[in-house]
Design a protein around this ligand. Structure first.
Ligand code: NG1
Length: 403
């Protein structure tokens, strides 16, 4: 599977690549905008991935070319203070893991490489973390850092903040540590991951609106603002619960709060202490957390119908309380349901990008047809449709090997 890339490497560097690194994108089944609040998520890795073939270098130079013509090659030296490129430049996602690994492990070796990716960009499928992870894993292996997959995923979450997004750790963790045939429940502080089998007759459909949600662009500020709103709401609700003596000491984040006080009571305190906007943001976080916990059980029980209902509820909450949906996302969700999906929701940060819909072996064709006829055909978006509309195959996490 690396042969076409190896050919491109030979042409560019006039030598034979010796190693390959790959890291998948992901689709989040449920648990949106919870990770950076320290609450669980339930994603799975995709069959779409970033691939790199390379030759390690003894010096600290990284030279990485991209098979997509729109992206220039990047070249820099591994170090603790790497100068970033302009905001949004893809090279920043290559520099991010190099700087983080240099800061933590004083790594000194780099590589010459070339990469290809079939993860749609800015679509909520974590193309950015797949890139960070593929580079990060390569550098960690070349420099014999010796971390396990999940620990390296945690490190990559810190690394990606170099690019300016105050993200949570879901994407890097699932892309590093996923297992084929499984989704994973991921918890934070400390980072933990539990593989959960996906029933064989469930079909998760990914459908892209075609509207880019550039988190290296305008969506970044909105994303970071949501995170700040959650922090503000948390402080105010804790102060209110302390005032009424329901909390005797400050809890450790949302996780600590929801462990100490029942959801209903927390939401009552929120109504007394938050303005309308913060109340909505807070309510999304609390209800989404409960949905993730239930969804994990439903996956084990293979309860297709109820899992779908939770996906619908998640989308409703993201639309009306968290305000991160869009007309196109809502339209795709409605069409998926019309076509017979058990549930559908936006996936990733929102503001554009993709939805994920749950179908079965019986309903999948009808759902796909309804999406094509209702969304892609009227917009003349049927060209290279497999890039926009595909079945998600729960796949393995990142790997590195000799060629
Ligand atoms: P996407 O939209 O896939 O980049 C982002 C964050 C996640 C998570 C989701 C919302 C990054 C790298 N990813 O995902 O951590 O917060 O939004 O649930 O920041």
């Amino acid at each position: 599977m690396f042969e076409p890339l190896a050919e491109a490497f030979r042409e560019r560097f006039d030598s034979e690549p010796t190693h390959a690194s790959r890291a998948p994108g992901r689709v989040n089944l449920i648990g949106e905008h919870t990770d950076y609040n320290g609450l669980p998520v339930l994603p799975m890795a995709l069959q779409r991935e970033v691939r790199i073939v390379l030759v390690p270098r003894e010096d600290g130079l990284v030279r990485l070319a991209n098979t997509h013509a729109e992206f220039d090659a990047v070249e820099f030296e591994v170090g603790v203070a790497i100068e970033p490129g302009p905001p949004g430049h893809w090279g920043n996602y290559v520099k991010a893991p190099a700087q983080e690994l240099a800061r933590r492990f004083a790594i000194v070796r780099g590589f010459d490489g070339i990469l290809a990716s079939d993860v749609p960009v800015a679509s909520g499928l974590s193309s950015s973390s797949a890139l960070v992870n593929a580079v990060g894993l390569a550098l960690a292996e070349i420099n014999q850092v010796g971390l396990d997959a999940l620990a390296l995923g945690g490190l990559m979450a810190d690394a990606e903040r170099y690019t300016g997004t105050r993200g949570g750790g879901m994407d890097q963790a699932i892309s590093m540590a996923a297992r084929s045939g499984h989704a994973a429940r991921i918890d934070f502080n400390p980072l933990r991951l539990r593989h959960v089998p996906v029933p064989e007759d469930w079909r998760f459909i990914v459908a892209d609106t075609g509207v880019r949600a550039e988190k290296s662009g305008p969506a970044q500020a909105t994303y970071n603002r949501r995170r700040a709103e959650c922090e503000e709401a948390f402080e105010a609700v804790c102060a209110e619960l302390a005032r009424t003596r329901r909390l005797l000491r400050p809890p450790k984040g949302y996780q600590g709060l929801l462990r100490t006080v029942q959801d209903d009571e927390v939401l009552e305190a929120a109504k007394r202490s938050l303005d309308a906007t913060l109340l909505k943001r807070f309510r999304h976080v609390v209800t989404e957390n409960a949905r993730v916990v239930e969804a994990q059980d439903l996956l084990y029980q293979a309860d297709h119908g109820r899992f779908g209902t939770l996906m619908d509820a998640s989308h409703g909450s993201l639309r009306t309380d968290y305000n991160v949906s869009s007309a196109e996302l809502d339209e795709l969700v409605a069409l998926a349901k019309e076509g017979g999906a058990s549930g559908a929701r936006l996936t990733g940060a929102g503001f554009g990008g993709c939805i994920v819909a749950l179908a079965s072996t019986e309903t999948v064709d009808d759902v796909l047809e309804t999406l094509v006829a209702g969304y892609y055909e009227p917009r003349r978006m049927t060209d290279r449709l497999d890039q926009r509309l595909f079945l998600a195959v729960p796949s393995d996490g990142a790997s590195y090997r000799a060629l």
